[in-house]
Design a protein around this ligand. Structure first.
Ligand code: GRF
Length: 211
């Protein structure tokens, strides 16, 4: 399955996906890395690996819908079967959602529906929850509201700050996201308004309890 990875930052999830592919654990091919930021480290990693890259800068467009339409065009030019938001820090809009209906997954650093938005780890600490984690979900028109595909739970430990919790959560993301992509690629998860699993084993593989 061809995937396009959209990333704004460090790209540790992109790296985890590529490494899982390299060791035969993820039946996908990264055909492009697309960013909204020209200096995203994810782009450097893609270049090192010989993966095609593209940058679609919001400031080059009149408004958000125009940027979103350009993003959809760019991503579509690589003909991906799945679009993976891996640290893409902008909300994708109507053009993207229409073009890739039920074909966009996002990884979020909290157990949705708790703590949507840009600061999942910080918000979990502020609220004093004892368990947090990450969620892989389909992207719909809302913010972190689409159908949930997989979740991993980690403890929130005394003394944790945003950084330490975020690191613990990211270790789970790096295991869970490539696994979900693999399950989709192998037809073990069927995407839609209500995603379905081909077997109990597939469903079980989408739940992780760490730590
Ligand atoms: C991840 O923690 C993800 O949950 C959030 O953005 C972060 C991206 O990290 N959406 P990286 O760029 O993959 O290292």
């Amino acid at each position: 399955m061809k995937i396009a990875v959209l990333a704004s930052g460090r790209g540790s999830n992109l790296r985890a996906i590529v490494e899982a592919i390299d060791r035969g654990a993820c039946a996908a091919e990264v055909v492009a890395v697309v960013s909204d930021k020209a200096d995203a480290a994810a782009l450097d990693f893609a270049n090192e690996r010989g993966i095609a890259t593209a940058v679609v800068l919001p400031k080059a467009y009149a408004d958000r819908p125009a940027w979103d339409a350009a993003l959809a065009e760019t991503v579509a030019s690589y003909s991906p079967g799945l679009v993976v938001l891996a640290g893409f820090m902008r909300i994708v809009g109507a053009s993207m959602i229409a073009r890739f209906a039920h074909r966009i997954v996002n990884v979020h650093p909290a157990l949705l529906p708790s703590f949507p938005g840009a600061h999942g780890a910080r918000d979990a600490i502020a609220k004093g929850v004892r368990i947090s984690g990450c969620t892989v979900h389909l992207v719909d028109a809302g913010v972190d509201t689409g159908p949930i595909l997989a979740q991993a739970a980690v403890p929130v430990l005394p003394g944790d700050d945003e950084g330490s919790l975020q690191s613990r959560i990211q270790r789970c993301e790096h295991a869970l996201l490539p696994r979900v992509i693999d399950l989709i690629a192998r037809g073990e998860i069927t995407l839609g308004d209500r995603p379905t699993f081909a077997s109990e084993a597939a469903a079980a593989a989408t739940v992780m309890l760490a730590g």
